[in-house]
Design a protein around this ligand. Sequence first.
Ligand code: FES
Ligand code: MG
Length: 571
Amino acid sequence: MSDRRSAQWYGGDDRNSYIHRAWMRRGLPADAFDGRPHIAIANTASDLTPCNAHLDEVGRSVADGIHRAGGIALNLPVVSIGETQVRPTAMLWRNMAAMAIEEMLRANPIDGVVLLGGCDKTIPALLMAASSVDLPAVVVPGGPMLTGTFRGVPLGCGTDVWKLSEEVRAGTLSADEFQRSESSMIRSRGHCNTMGTASTMGLLAEVLGMTLPGIAGTPAPDSRLLEAAHATGVLAVDLVEQDRRPSAVMTRASFHNAIVALAALGGSTNAVVHLLAIAGRLGVPLTQDDFDRIGAGVPLLADLQPAGRFLMEDLYRAGGLHAVLAEVQDLLDPAAVSVVGEPFVSVLDAARVYDREVIRPRADPLQMEAGIAVLHGNLAPDGALVKPAAATPALLQHRGPAVVFDSVEDLKERLDDPALEVTADSVLVLRGCGPKGYPGMPEVSNMPLPAKLLAEGVRDMVRICDGRMSGTAYGTVVLHVAPEAAAGGPLAKVRTGDMIVLDLENRRLDVDLPADEWAAREPSAEAARAYAAPARGWEKLYVDTVGQADTGADQSFLLGASGDKVSRESH
Ligand code: FES
Ligand code: MG
């Protein structure tokens, strides 16, 4: 009997192996069970995840590659999450998807898996699942959509929605034209083409070593994606032969490289929680402070929206991920390997930059320091993030009175009230938006500015929140405050009028009050009334067991790995 994992199901001639084989016979010949690798294609294609809708076609190329290399390809549709469709926020379902995918990979007779993802939460969920099962695994990132143009000008997903809707309010764009711009913006299959979370996580999947080198960032409709998908199928069979598992690929060195890449690309703050969650499954020691330490001093080199001008198709044309990383190769850890078994950095020597507007030289970066800063203080004992590259430099050293909102609804109700006491120096505080409070930690931290200040020409203010923000957003936003208000964090104690001090230089976020007075302050009962209190189902399990942002917001019982063993047989 073969020592393959799938042979535990198919090997032998007893009643159970008969049952496992017989039901799989439809389409599979007898020699499918002779010990060749059975490889699942974990596929997040779904009509309700439009960014991933093309993955069935990608999966067919993967399957062709698996068959060509002598394996058996098995399509495994898995939980899919459409960022723009699901409520209340896609993040609420990331861990559920990861849990369901993990269990199905473990429960089934497979020897390895190809992971097909794209839209924001799908690649993180797939990598978390694969890490906990630790079967040989490789990712095919679904790729960004093509650049859409409207009135002769490129449109970036997300980022430009806000600009166009402002034009409608200003009367320079008709409602009819606004509607027609929809299919110009979302022009093709694929995920958002700005440097949002999907682009970030697709590229970081490669930097972590988990893809065929060179595939990440290939536009979704590009024939080269199908060619690379085919090659990934071939590679998956080899991965099983070599028994190369995620735990051998995603090491501390890989995460170091991912943090450098995140900064050089100007990637999404969401990558922090996703990378922490993946590391938590693997048992790789990674802390939020590592992002500040490793990312500090890394220049921003990719001129992509929302920080810059171009879109993902431009990055690919300009030389892609490898060309960006070749500029900062000295900052990368050469010990990291990829799924092909070579040092990750070995592919960078061949990289070329074809457009210096899109990929800037190290000596002339878009910004000198693009890393994510991690703040601590009496407002954020376990940390909070700020992305200086997206902020107004003058506001990063700031002292101002708090204007506190207890929920997103409270914010919507009062923000534009002309009677709201707020100035450009005020610090907007929004709580109840963490993993437990909302629930699911929505992307609301970049809260809008009060209408009366906008009318005065104010374009940015310090904002503080225990939620996340979209990878396509901008502003002086302190986010991922931990612990969140609903988990007993001090954010729940802040009152309107308290003086708040943001001190980026010293990485501090504090309320300026005597220590004894602050310690004695009770959390707001008003705020607590807005926190989520689900009675049953996933939401209840989620709220009861979810961790905080600084450790990746994973469920406590999902940290770590259970491996690929299923010991008992029954029907
Ligand atoms: Fe799917 Fe942006 S909505 S990637
Ligand atoms: Mg999002």
